[in-house]
Design a protein around this ligand. Sequence first.
Ligand code: ZN
Length: 87
Amino acid sequence: MRIEQGRYVREPVSARVCSCCNSGCVEDESHFILGCSAYDYLRQNMWAKFKEVTGCDAEYFSNNGEKLNALIVKQVKRLCTCKLLDW
Ligand SMILES: [Zn+2]
């Protein structure tokens, strides 16, 4: 991920842009998981499986911070148990 790679060479954060899409966004965890258009097809599958397991879809959460929290922190045990991450 560019946010980490740039850290090693002391590149300014604003220069650590995603090379997978043309958005000009910094490639950080939020962009990679929730925003990058290069992974839209994977993201659709991820949210479909998330809804299948939790009953909640992406629209349930009001911002990307809540989405990341649900995907990574709060649901990680449940996701692993249900093999949701096998996408
Ligand atoms: Zn991108």
